[in-house]
Ligand binder design. Structure first.
Ligand SMILES: NC(=O)c1ccc[n+]([C@@H]2O[C@H](COP(=O)([O-])OP(=O)(O)OC[C@H]3O[C@@H](n4cnc5c(N)ncnc54)[C@H](OP(=O)(O)O)[C@@H]3O)[C@@H](O)[C@H]2O)c1
Length: 154
């Protein structure tokens, strides 16, 4: 199992350009994993990659665009991954809005926090499940995890 979490792992993180996501990218790539950072702000994502590589030049980090507040963006991102990748060992759904005004809506008209934190990740996870399942072996169970907070107000 150790190899899966280190050198041979392919891990995906949403919202990896700052905060907990960036530190998780630093940690996983520091263990040797290949880490794909799915971010809506590519400038911030590239800055995060440079910062991590300043301390660890070997870090295997890649950036792909994903805006979880747009179901079209989620579908496009998942479609690219399904075409390009063979498996996903660890999917970390980290991106999220902590607080958002009630009036803020996603591209599809949902409350911004519900749409980003829940619906976007729900669709992404379901579309990527075939790749997560492909990582399963007799001695390894691939995982996906959620790191987000949602306060739904009426
Ligand atoms: N920190 C805490 O104490 C705490 C407590 C409970 C739960 N959490 C949850 O843990 C997660 C990480 O927390 P954090 O403190 O690291 O938060 P953070 O610093 O605010 O980072 C949030 C990340 O989510 C991304 N994001 C927001 N909306 C997005 C969208 N529509 N599409 C793609 N990415 C989007 C942000 O990207 P941009 O840079 O583009 O905005 C950023 O990379 C969050 O889901 C949060 O709700 C945190």
């Amino acid at each position: 199992m150790g190899g899966h979490w280190t050198q041979s792992a392919f891990d995906i993180l949403t919202g990896a350009n700052t905060g907990i996501g960036k530190e998780t990218a630093r940690d996983l790539s520091g263990r040797g994993a290949r880490v794909l950072m799915l971010c809506r702000n590519l400038e911030k994502a590239e800055a995060a990659v440079q910062d991590i590589r300043a301390a660890d030049p070997q870090a295997r980090l890649e950036v792909h665009p994903l805006d979880l507040s747009s179901l079209a963006s989620v579908r496009a991102c998942a479609g690219r991954l399904l075409e390009a990748e063979e498996r996903i060992d660890f999917l970390v759904n980290n991106a999220g809005l902590m607080v958002s005004p009630k009036s803020l809506r996603t591209e599809d008209g949902f409350d911004a926090q519900l749409g980003t934190n829940h619906l976007g990740h729900f669709l992404l996870t379901n579309l990527l499940l075939p790749l997560v399942e492909k990582a399963a072996t007799e001695d390894f169970r691939p995982r996906w995890t959620l790191l987000r907070n949602t306060r739904i107000s009426a």
